[in-house]
Design a protein around this ligand. Sequence first.
Ligand SMILES: Nc1ncnc2c1ncn2[C@@H]1O[C@H](COP(=O)(O)OP(=O)(O)O)[C@@H](O)[C@H]1O
Ligand SMILES: [Mg+2]
Length: 429
Amino acid sequence: MTVVYILEKKAYKDIHHKELDTILRFSALINSSLNLEQVLDNAMKYAEEFMEAEASSVYELDEKNNELFIRLARGDRKEKIKGIRLGLGEGVAGWVVKNAQPLAIQDVRKDGRFSDKFDRITGFRTKSMICVPLLLRGKPIGALQVLNKKSKRPFNQADLELLNSMSQQISIAMENARLYQRLQEKYTNTTRELRITQRKLIRTERLAAMVHLVQGVAHEIRNPIMTIGGFAYRIKKELNHNYRLQKYVDIILDESARLEKLVREVKEFTDVQTATLSLENIEPVVREALKIFKPLARTRNVKVSFRAAKKIPLINMDPSQIEIALSNIIENALEAMPDGGLLTLRISKDTEHVIITVQDSGCGISSDKLDAVYDPFVTSKPRGAGLGLTMVHQIILNHGGEISIESELKKGTLVTLKFPLPGSANSGP
Ligand SMILES: Nc1ncnc2c1ncn2[C@@H]1O[C@H](COP(=O)(O)OP(=O)(O)O)[C@@H](O)[C@H]1O
Ligand SMILES: [Mg+2]
């Protein structure tokens, strides 16, 4: 009797050693990696080794759907059960999470809480199991489960204690991984936003410098062009029947008229440098801009679709400038559809903006040209001034708004304008 007692004591001490060793190795592992899959896999491997078990799994609670999904499965047939879910309360893991209590079952077939859902899929035969909840600040977030002792002996108190102490650290590791993932997503988003903002800033600065130069040049050439045009006209009158020279003078007149128009457009552009903002409803302005182009759309065989969401809030805007901007965008869209197509205008909102989209099914813009369309004098049209989008850009800027253009060759173009709601960070006046 005494001998047995000593042996048992010794065995118990051994177990303690083994347990301590497992926990120490496990702690080091948890703290050394942010890769949760790897942490869980190694942790459960230790647990299986310690308990001489055949398989193990980690469940995580999907709080939104009140379901458990398999975060990690170990064992020969693990692939088959990936993606399968358990309802809260379903099966042993479901019971353990729902009740936030551990459970050791020596013969699962005799326990009503056991569900053979996974066994049926994998062909594995669960006999005994031990399952402990993963608790974070007292709230269940999942469960650890170890299946079938290889030695056919029942799971014992030491197994349960080991799994319990592992569960505490795994809960924290899972939470850390979740936080880390959220942080990483935030970081990725912020970096992306920063890059977009930087590109916009560069574009705005480059445009401002170009516009300054263009305005200077336009101012300087305005009078000489008027003079050239005026004198050419007088020469033409003196050239009664010299038709050859008259043809030359006509060319001079034509070209100086074109330059005069350009200078006028630059002047128009100067007029939209600043805006007078007041709280207004944008819908009538969109309708008005569209109305002006309806006849042209009809002659071009372009179908027009317009829809405005309900309860579009007022925004700070300069209606005449918005009309100029929209007219330019609609004009471009119609010019891109010489053989007909579809023009779609929408007014919508999100939490911070009123959003206007103008979409056409026209020729599109190739991606290498997309960045330059805002630059002055960039045009693909024989008689275009290439100032339309430069002006639109300036107007949107005056409103603290944003413009983006997405386009695909031969498919069409989508122009999106976003105006800040009053009281949001960018809104004027
Ligand atoms: N909706 C559109 N579809 C296809 N190309 C477009 C569209 N809008 C603008 N573009 C391209 O951008 C260029 C610049 O437009 P814009 O500044 O309005 O000048 P313009 O209309 O005088 O050419 C256009 O010449 C055209 O090549
Ligand atoms: Mg244009």
